[in-house]
Design a binder for this molecule. Structure first.
Ligand code: FAD
Length: 538
C-alpha cells in the first residue's frame, strides 16, 4: 500500500527505491501541490544521490522554498556539517522515541502492512529491548552514554508469561510461568524480527529535543525532533506528524534525602545500579523500600550477605519472608558516623551497605517547554487518559500507568494512538479532556487509596470503589492496580478497539498479591489460560 504522502528523496536504507518512489508519489503529491509538510534530514548519502535528477529537482525546490520562514529547517540544512538530505511530505510520518517494549509495540502498528504511515524509531542504545537488556555498566557505558537499563542478573519476572506477553504474540512454551529476564529479551528480539522492526530503528540515536512546529496557518502542529548520533556525534533534525514518547520510566532513580549521609562510611547505591548479589557477600546490608525490586533484591542478597534488613513502612506482617534471614525494620531516621543507621522507632544498627530500592522518576529531558508537558517526577500532565498530550494530541506518552500488565497495556495504548492518528476517532474537546483530568486528580487526592496499596492484601480485590481513605500521594498519580480493567475497557471503547482480556487483569492482580503474601515461592506457580476470563493454576 502506498504510504500517505511520503516522499523519500534520500535515505540510506531506501536508496534502491528512490527514483521509483519519487516518480510514483512525488510528482503527483509533491510537485503539483503545495507541500503540506516536508522534512530535512542530514544523511551522508546525499552526495551520492545528488546526481539523481529527481533528487536534484527536490533539492532545488526545497531551496527555493527556504524563504518561507516556517520552514526554518532549511537553514539548518545550509549550516549542516553533513551535506545530505531526505525530504518528505511526511503526512503520516510518526516518530517513536525508544525501542523498548513500548516503542516496539507502537512501531508494530505504525509499520503494519495496512498502515498509511511512515514510522521512524530513535533508540539511544545500540540495540533494542529497553530495560530488559542487561548492562554490564552501572553509570555510563563505554561510549559515555548514561546507562538506561535497571536490569540485574537472576531476575525472574513478577508476572506469569501467560499474561505478560503482548496480546497476540505469546511467549514460547517454556515450562515455567515466571521466566528469567534473558527470555524476555529473547521474546522482544523475536517480536522485532517477526514484525521486521529493526529496519526502521535508528540505533545510537538519542533524541535531544522535541518541539511543536506549526506547519500551516490552520494551526496544525507537527513535531521537530533533534537527535544526536552517539557514534559520529552528528546532529539531525526531522519533522513528524505524530510522536510516541516511549522512553521508559525506570532509569532516573529517586534517592531519598536522609540526614547524615555525608558522615556515613558504608557503601550507598540505588537499585538502578544493582547488577548482582556477589559484591555483598559477607556484608551487613540494609535494603530500603518494599516495592517489587526491594523485596526481590533483599531476598537475592540474603543468600550471600551476612545479614539483610529491609526498611519499609508497610506492616511487617504484610510481607512473608518465610523464615528467610531478612529482618524487617522501620523507616530510616538518620545515618550516623561510621556505619550506623538510626530508625524512626528508636532502634540503631550498623550496615556495610545500603541499597535504595526507592523507585524512579518520570523524566522527559528532551521535551521542549512548548510541548507543555510538566512533571514533578511522578505525575505527568496535562494528559488525557494518562497518555495523550491534551495541548498537542498528536503526542502520546506511553506506559505511565503503573500496577498494570505492562506489555498488554503498551500494546493497547499503541493501538489507541494508532487509531487516533489514523482519524478513526477523535479525542474529546480540550475543555472536556481537562475536565476529566481534573476529576481524576481530585478523585486521587481524596479517595484514591482504595484503588491500590493495602488493597492487594485484601481478598476482595475488585470491590474497591466503596473504600475511601486518605488519598493518593504524588507517586500514585498514574497508579491503577485494581482499576486497570476499567481503564483498559475505557480506552478500547473510545478508540473502537479490542480491550485487554479480563483474565489478564485478574491473574495480574492475583500475581501481584502473591509477591507480598508468598514472596519466597510465588514464582513456582504455573498457570494456564482457559479462556478470556479464566485461568487455571496447574
Ligand atoms: P524501557 O524498557 O525502559 O525502554 C525505553 C527505551 O527508550 C530504552 O531502550 C531507552 O534506551 C530508550 N530511550 C530513552 N530515552 C531516549 C532518548 N532520549 N532517545 C532515544 N531513546 C531513548 N514488567 C513486566 O511486565 N514484568 C516484569 O516482571 C517486570 N520486571 C521489571 C523489573 C525491573 C528491574 C524493572 C526496572 C522493570 C520491570 N518491569 C517489568 C517493567 C518494565 O519497565 C516494562 O516491562 C518495560 O520494559 C517498559 O517498557 P518501555 O519501553 O516503556 O521502557
Amino acid at each position: 500500500m502506498q504510504k500517505r504522502g511520503a516522499i523519500l528523496l534520500s535515505s540510506s536504507n531506501r536508496k534502491p527505491n528512490i527514483a521509483t518512489r519519487f516518480r510514483k508519489i512525488g510528482q503527483q503529491s509533491f510537485w503539483t501541490q503545495q507541500p503540506r509538510v516536508f522534512s530535512i534530514r542530514c544523511y551522508r548519502s546525499f552526495t551520492i544521490m545528488h546526481g539523481n535528477p529527481f533528487v536534484k529537482r527536490a533539492h532545488e525546490h526545497l531551496f527555493t522554498t527556504s524563504t518561507n520562514s516556517k520552514y526554518t529547517a532549511l537553514r539548518n540544512f545550509h549550516s549542516s556539517k553533513s551535506v545530505s538530505m531526505d525530504a518528505s511530505s511526511k503526512k503520516g510520518a510518526i516518530a517513536v522515541i525508544g525501542a523498548g517494549p513500548a516503542g516496539l509495540a507502537a512501531a508494530r502498528y505504525f509499520t503494519a502492512e495496512d498502515s498509511p504511515f511512515d514510522c521512524q524509531v530513535f533508540e539511544q542504545g545500540d540495540d533494542l529491548g529497553g530495560t530488559w537488556r542487561l548492562s554490564e555498566f552501572v553509570d555510563t557505558d563505554d561510549k559515555g552514554r548514561k546507562v538506561h537499563s535497571s536490569m540485574y542478573k537472576n531476575l525472574r519476572t513478577n508476572l506469569p508469561k501467560e499474561i505478560m506477553c503482548y496480546p497476540d504474540f505469546p511467549f514460547p512454551t517454556y515450562p515455567e510461568s515466571y521466566v528469567p529476564s534473558e527470555k524476555v529479551l529473547k521474546y522482544l528480539l523475536d517480536f522485532a524480527s517477526h514484525y521486521q522492526l529493526r529496519k526502521i530503528i535508528k540505533f545510537n540515536r538519542s533524541v535531544v529535543q522535541v518541539r511543536p512546529f506549526k506547519k500551516n496557518d490552520d494551526d496544525t502542529v507537527n513535531w521537530e525532533i533533534k537527535t544526536r548520533d552517539y557514534l559520529t556525534d552528528e546532529e539531525f533534525t526531522d519533522y513528524f506528524e505524530g510522536v510516541a514518547v516511549c522512553n521508559g520510566h525506570h532509569s532516573e532513580p529517586v534517592i531519598p534525602e536522609i540526614e547524615g549521609k555525608q558522615e556515613f562510611d558504608g557503601f550507598i547505591m540505588h537499585s538502578h545500579a544493582y547488577r548482582e548479589s556477589c559484591p555483598f557477600k559477607g556484608q551487613r546490608v540494609l535494603v530500603v523500600g518494599a516495592g517489587p525490586s526491594g523485596l526481590d533484591i533483599a531476598l537475592e542478597v540474603s543468600k550471600v550477605a551476612l545479614r539483610v534488613s529491609l526498611s519499609h513502612h508497610l506492616k511487617s506482617s504484610q510481607i512473608n519472608f518465610k523464615g528467610k534471614s531478612v529482618q524487617q525494620v522501620t523507616d530510616i531516621l538518620r545515618l550516623a558516623p561510621g556505619k550506623r543507621v538510626e530508625f524512626v522507632d528508636g532502634t540503631k544498627d550498623e550496615f556495610d551497605a545500603i541499597i535504595y530500592c526507592t523507585g524512579y522518576k518520570n523524566s522527559f529531558p528532551f521535551l521542549h517547554e512548548d510541548c507543555k508537558i510538566t512533571t514533578d517526577g511522578f505525575g505527568v500532565e496535562p494528559l488525557y487518559k494518562h497518555m495523550i498530550n491534551i495541548e498537542h494530541p498528536t503526542m502520546c506518552l506511553t506506559g505511565l500507568v503503573t500496577f498494570v500488565c505492562p506489555f498488554q497495556l503498551l500494546d493497547l495504548q499503541a493501538r489507541f494512538f494508532y487509531s487516533l492518528m489514523s482519524g478513526k476517532f477523535q479525542c474529546a474537546d480540550k475543555r472536556e479532556m481537562y475536565r476529566e483530568l481534573k476529576a481524576d486528580q481530585h478523585w486521587r487526592r481524596n479517595k484514591g487509596r482504595c484503588a491500590f496499596g493495602h488493597l492487594f492484601l485484601n481478598n476482595n480485590i475488585f470491590s474497591c470503589h466503596s473504600h475511601a481513605h486518605t488519598g493518593y500521594g504524588p507517586r500514585q498519580a498514574h497508579k491503577l492496580g485494581a482499576l486497570q480493567q476499567e481503564y483498559y475497557d475505557e480506552l478500547a471503547k473510545i478508540a473502537h478497539i479490542k480491550s485487554i482480556d479480563v483474565v489478564v487483569s485478574k491473574l495480574g492482580l492475583e500475581s501481584t498479591k502473591r509477591i507480598y503474601s508468598d514472596l519466597c515461592s510465588f514464582r513456582e506457580a504455573k498457570f494456564k489460560l482457559l479462556d478470556d476470563k479464566n485461568y487455571l493454576e496447574l
